[in-house]
Design a protein around this ligand. Structure first.
Ligand SMILES: Nc1nc2c(c(=O)[nH]1)N[C@H]1C(S)=C(S)[C@@H](COP(=O)(O)O)O[C@H]1N2
Ligand SMILES: [Mo]
Length: 413
């Protein structure tokens, strides 16, 4: 575990101010909030996040062929075997989708980005799509990963029941994003020295959790991170952003939980007083017996590894090469080890670069001794020295499963 980051420290201050009535939760009435907490806040959160059943005309626009995706209601995860033979990036046709409601189809010509709030020196400022295209652009390779990626292994490996979509490891993808730095847009909008939080908000439908309308999907971001490396992206892998990934413009908040990367961006409140939303007071907090009562905010993603193999793959005996990828929200991957017997670990061979905001591809030659069942394990260490543990710390909503995943395969003779 890394030490307390600047953001978790700031989160404590912000939360204390929220309790003292000095922080605001725009987009939700006090009454809505009372109903939410009276009805048992977290249980509600669980109900709202439970996977539904896939419908024929789904909430996701792009095709979701079963060889590329597993679908859970409004969400679809990539099957890891779909990365085999691919280059560094995750192609759009297999990039996971996480929609709280459904993908809206927006018109770029009518689209506006509005910035407003006490953290601007002047009044509200609007940008059109063309305005953004005309600003200096930047390209960045970064992963977007759901904080709940790997959640099913809390039950599958640790026997712990948690709420939320039962992702395996496919709620992650790396893309090459192009757009304008949020810092550039904030500067043009007249960012005040007093600003502390920005609150980006999506244009998708209001999110309802067990009958309580939580309003637009939105989550405050401290100004420090907003100015550091956040992009207003309008391109993904060289193409205009596809509808499911936020067309016309989304935020990409590298290294942080996917929820920070708000899609279908419509408004950004810039505030001189701290802001909160259900997405940083209820969801995306680590809650449970091992955490303080108010929980710990989820910011950076943890270290993870995945094999480019089907779950429960069948392999034929003889020499083969296992391939996979490892990534971390704390920075680039420094080392990956593989175990095929659960006892001995051997270094994997890196393929290409390890990027700070992306992942490392690796391979491992393997000749199974005999036909039978095996458990494959991959364990990565990042540049900060953090390695994947054997057990992930339990939290009620199943975030940040970073433990070594035990991947079953069968070798046939
Ligand atoms: N407006 C909006 N932004 C959103 C979401 C959403 O439902 N609505 N889902 C968030 C979550 S939880 C994740 S993990 C990422 C997923 O991004 P992707 O669908 O492009 O993979 O988008 C985030 N941004
Ligand atoms: Mo997510």
């Amino acid at each position: 575990m890394t030490g307390m980051t600047e953001e978790t420290a700031y989160d404590r201050v912000r939360l204390a101010q929220w309790r003292a009535g000095e922080a605001r939760m725009p987009g939700l009435s006090r009454r809505g909030l009372l109903r939410l907490t009276a009805a048992g806040g977290l249980a509600l959160a669980a109900a709202g996040m439970a996977p539904g059943t896939a419908s024929a005309a789904g909430p996701i626009v792009k095709p979701l062929p079963p060889e590329l995706f597993d679908v859970y209601g409004t969400n679809a995860e990539m099957r890891w075997e779909a990365m085999r033979g691919q280059g560094y990036l995750t192609p759009v046709d297999r990039f996971f989708v996480r929609d709280h409601t459904s993908t809206p189809l927006l018109d770029a010509a009518a689209w506006r980005l509005k910035l407003f709030g006490s953290g601007l020196r002047g009044g509200p400022v609007e940008f059109t799509y063309q305005d953004l295209l005309a600003l200096p652009s930047e390209t960045m390779t970064a992963f977007v990963e759901c904080a709940g990626n790997g959640r099913s292994f809390f039950a599958g490996q640790q026997g712990q029941q948690v709420s939320g979509t039962a992702w395996k490891l496919g709620a992650v993808g790396v893309a090459r994003w192009r757009g304008v730095r949020l810092a550039t847009v904030l500067a043009r909008a007249g960012l005040s020295r007093d600003a502390v939080d920005v609150l980006p908000e999506g244009l998708d439908a209001d999110y309802l959790a067990a009958g309580v309308n939580l309003g637009k999907v939105r989550r405050p971001l401290p100004v420090g991170k907003a100015l550091q490396d956040v992009l207003l992206a309008y391109e993904m892998n060289g193409q205009p952003l596809p509808p499911d990934h936020g067309f016309p413009v989304r935020l990409v908040v590298p290294s942080w939980a996917g929820i920070a990367s708000i899609k279908w961006l419509g408004r950004i409140e810039v505030s001189a007083t701290p802001l909160v939303s259900p997405w940083n007071t209820q969801f995306y907090r680590l809650l449970g017996p091992d955490y303080p009562a108010e929980g710990t905010l989820v910011t950076e993603q943890v270290v993870k590894s995945a094999f480019e193999l089907p779950w429960g793959a069948t392999l034929t005996a003889g020499r083969q090469v296992l391939r996979g990828r490892s990534w971390s929200g704390h920075g680039r991957i420094r080392r990956v080890e593989v175990s095929t017997d659960g006892a001995t670990w051997h270094p994997a061979r890196p393929i290409g670069p390890a990027l700070d905001r992306g992942w490392l591809r690796w391979e491992f030659p393997w000749r199974p001794r005999a036909a039978g069942t095996y458990t494959l394990r991959a364990r990565a260490t990042d540049v900060t020295g953090v390695s994947q543990p054997d057990v992930a710390p339990y939290n009620t909503q199943g975030y940040l499963f970073g433990a070594v995943v035990r991947h079953p395969v069968t070798v046939t003779g």
